[in-house]
Design a protein around this ligand. Structure first.
Ligand SMILES: C[S@@+](CC[C@H](N)C(=O)[O-])C[C@H]1O[C@@H](n2cnc3c(N)ncnc32)[C@H](O)[C@@H]1O
Length: 294
């Protein structure tokens, strides 16, 4: 079958790429995932007479055939995700979600639920920081690559996220001001951070048009207030330039809102799958919603 041989070839080239990366940039040190995927694909190649690279086999849970079929499906989705490349149209991401029966993330619900902490939430310098372990790790990498000239954070919480971002910028020696807005303004002051009051229900109160026009770029916008998301994104959109980033946090319940926004402005954005899929497909609170303005 053409499709079967295509999947087999893709698996073979995946193994070559993983081995080359391990021997190259990783200086011979494999990650847990490298070991996992090499073992899984070696087993698929060794047992191909059973699964025949055919994704449509119906198998009995608990059987060896079923385990192989699950592995085959896992590697197929992994390859499909990677086939799309790094900067992916939002509509294509959502189409693959639908092909997975609506499964948006590789992270199990309980793992995501626990990823901000269980007994206490994640701390930064003893203050509560409402990030997941995934995003806590992704942000410094993104900051280093994007090198934002300004950050707008919508939803300050207790201010810890803005302070943490400012500290990260300091470590990375990136000069940028963080404008952190909340309906309940914080009285805190911190170098590099400007806390202010604004209400997402009236987006123009978050940051005025003149201030937006004067913003330096690249601009990084983080939406983390979860109120009138469509109105807020629509308000900010004309001020986003090529190379800017828009991150919509806690977006699994916002996918329909994002569908609406992207149905209108999708041509202007790509999902940056390097970050959404760094720890597995949509292993982030910003599922399908780490956007680069193109
Ligand atoms: C999830 S918290 C932000 C967490 C923070 N960014 C962090 O990562 O630590 C959401 C924030 O949105 C704010 N908020 C709620 N409704 C809002 C509105 N209409 N306009 C602006 N901010 C609002 C809340 O006061 C709250 O501080």
């Amino acid at each position: 079958m053409l499709f079967s041989s295509k999947l087999k070839r893709a698996v073979a080239s995946l193994r070559i790429n993983v081995a080359a990366r391990v021997e190259g940039i990783q200086a011979g040190v494999p990650t847990f995932f490298d070991n996992f995927i090499l073992k899984l694909t070696a087993n698929l190649l060794a047992r191909e007479e059973i699964h025949d690279w055919n994704l449509a086999h119906k198998t009995q849970p608990g059987s060896e055939r079923h385990a192989l079929q699950m592995d085959l499906q896992f590697v197929d989705i992994y390859l499909k995700s990677h086939d799309e490349g790094r900067f992916v149209k939002y509509a294509a991401r959502r189409a693959l979600d639908r092909a997975r029966n609506g499964i948006v993330s590789d992270i199990a619900e309980l793992d995501l639920v626990m990823s901000q902490g269980t007994d206490t939430c994640l701390n930064w310098k003893s203050d509560p920081l409402f990030k997941t372990v995934y995003d806590f790790t992704l942000y410094p990498m993104m900051l280093w690559e994007i090198r934002p000239a300004a950050i707008i954070e919508i939803g300050s919480g207790l201010g810890t996220s803005a302070i943490w971002l400012a500290d990260m910028l300091g470590v990375l020696k990136i000069e940028a001001t963080i404008y952190s807005v909340d309906i309940t303004p914080l009285q805190k002051t911190y170098p590099g951070v400007r806390f202010s009051a604004g209400d997402c229900r009236h987006p123009e109160t978050l940051i005025g048009v003149e201030a937006l026009k004067a913003m330096p770029h690249p601009l990084l916008v983080i939406e983390d207030a979860h109120v009138n998301v469509l109105g807020v994104l629509t308000y900010l959109h004309p001020h986003m330039r090529s190379g800017d980033y828009l991150i919509v946090e806690d977006s699994q319940p916002k996918q329909e809102t994002l569908d609406g926004f992207m149905s209108k402005y999708g041509a202007s954005y790509r999902v940056d799958a390097r970050y959404t899929d760094f720890f597995g497909r949509n292993a982030t609170c910003a599922a399908n919603s780490i956007f680069k303005r193109v």
